[in-house]
Design a protein around this ligand. Structure first.
Ligand code: SF4
Length: 428
């Protein structure tokens, strides 16, 4: 059945650019979840409509109540993993009646996948990432195929990984995740539930503060993090449906070779979902493509009109001032280091960060040697494309030296470069 939510898809505008998304996030008060949700479901923020997904867990009643106020016939997707508590399935039915929700759709795993990978039903124990993949990620991906994004109940306070969660975020496959409760805490949820007299999940009353599948959920003791009862004792905090396509979640259908995970960022090697513009490639419908500066300069209006995330490739000899303030329009800038002895890229980085206030991703690329890494970081690079095996090992083991000698200070730092004579230092 085709969702009625898709009916107007053909007439809507393209999904927002990165800058439009920043503006969108600025439109709403931090705690005004209802307005965020209404905007996501009623306005054309994406080429296709935004899906509503609910776990019918401990905190779900708040978003479900908001949806019922906006449109009780809104399709609500529920992942029926086959591993839920009986109480959760009862709660789904109870909430449907209580809120008058008419269109809750169950998403079930592919029976062939379950037979093939989890015939004994114990995959949650032996390989929980794969279990979540076949029971959650794949069914959700299939259901979301025609949607421009989806609504989640995630909140900033829940885990460290979620600490910077915005209301609207772009995924690397150009969809939008909407988090109306991003800024809410437990007190906000409790107050809303009480104000609207919302029924609690039966297990919440028994001490389950975050409720997922039965085998992977345990009670939480007083003072424990509410999510500590999920996958207790396992090195896992998310089910995978919330990771981006470049994230770290295991994907049995598309396992990446280690050599493909060559982008070092935020302390780990991850898959690189960007590529360089090909010679003679048309400048349309580009997504996650680094465009040489010279091509940008010659085709500025075409590049600026791109809706997808685009970046700039700076090569040795390029004039960074030709990019100037326009740098802020780009999600990523990659700087080529053609040789160990070529230091021009360091200057490019500092110009971008210090003169042009560029805050996006800034990556260094080339045959990067271990000794260079601290200097890259010092100049403002926050990502490295690493091919050199020794450098890779040093990064994996966090075995990097510190910068103790330098010839130039950075930014507004009070550092004194080596060789500077005291009488030549500026008076403060
Ligand atoms: S939460 Fe547990 S049982 Fe549910 S899909 Fe993930 S690993 Fe499997």
């Amino acid at each position: 059945m085709v969702s009625s939510n898709l009916a107007h898809a053909a007439t809507v505008k393209p999904r927002p650019t990165d800058l439009e998304l920043v503006a969108l996030n600025g439109m709403f008060d931090e705690k005004d979840g209802l307005s965020v949700l209404r905007h996501a479901l009623n306005e054309d923020i994406s080429p296709n409509s935004i899906a509503m997904v609910s776990s019918f867990g401990a905190d779900s009643s708040v978003l479900l109540h908001m949806v019922a106020q906006i449109n009780p016939h809104q399709e609500v997707l529920f992942l029926e993993t086959g591993k839920h508590f009986a109480e959760t399935l009862e709660y789904v039915e109870m909430m449907k009646k209580h809120l008058g929700l008419t269109n809750v759709r169950f998403l079930e795993p592919d029976t062939k996948d379950v037979e093939r990978f989890d015939a004994k039903g114990d995959l949650w124990q032996t390989d929980p990432d794969s279990c979540c993949h076949i029971r959650k990620t794949e069914p959700l991906d299939a259901a979301l195929k025609n949607y421009g994004g989806w609504v989640t109940g995630r909140k900033r306070f829940q885990t460290n990984d979620r600490g910077v969660l915005p209301h609207f975020e772009l995924t690397t496959d150009d969809r939008i995740k909407v988090n109306p409760l991003a800024y809410w805490d437990n007190d906000d949820v409790k107050a809303y539930r009480e104000a609207h007299d919302l029924p609690a999940h039966p297990l919440f009353l028994k001490g389950y503060l975050s409720i997922g599948c039965a085998p992977c959920t345990s009670m939480v003791k007083d003072g424990e993090d509410p999510r500590s009862g999920r996958w207790r004792g396992k090195d896992k905090t998310e089910c995978g449906i919330h990771f981006d396509v470049s994230g770290k979640i295991a994907n049995p259908g598309a396992e990446l070779e280690q050599s493909q995970m060559n982008l070092f960022k935020d302390g780990a090697f991850i898959a690189d979902n960007w590529r360089d513009l090909q010679e003679d490639e048309a400048l349309n419908d580009l997504h996650h493509v680094h465009i040489p500066l010279s091509v940008y300069v010659d085709n500025k209006s075409e590049v600026d009109a791109q809706q997808g995330a685009v970046g700039i490739l700076l090569q040795a000899g390029d004039d960074v001032d030709a990019l100037g303030e326009n740098a802020k329009r780009f999600a990523s800038i990659v700087v080529e280091f053609p040789a160990f002895t070529d230091g021009r890229g360091y200057s490019y980085a500092r110009l971008l960060r210090e003169r042009y206030d560029y805050t996006g991703e800034l990556r260094a690329r080339g045959d990067i040697l271990t000794d260079q890494v601290p200097y890259f970081q010092r100049c403002g690079f926050d990502a490295l494309t690493v091919g050199n095996a020794a450098t890779r090992k040093a990064l994996e083991e966090n075995d990097l030296g510190e910068v103790s000698i330098f010839m130039q200070p950075i930014g507004a730092s009070a550092e004194v470069p080596v060789g500077t004579r005291p009488f030549l230092r500026r008076a403060k």
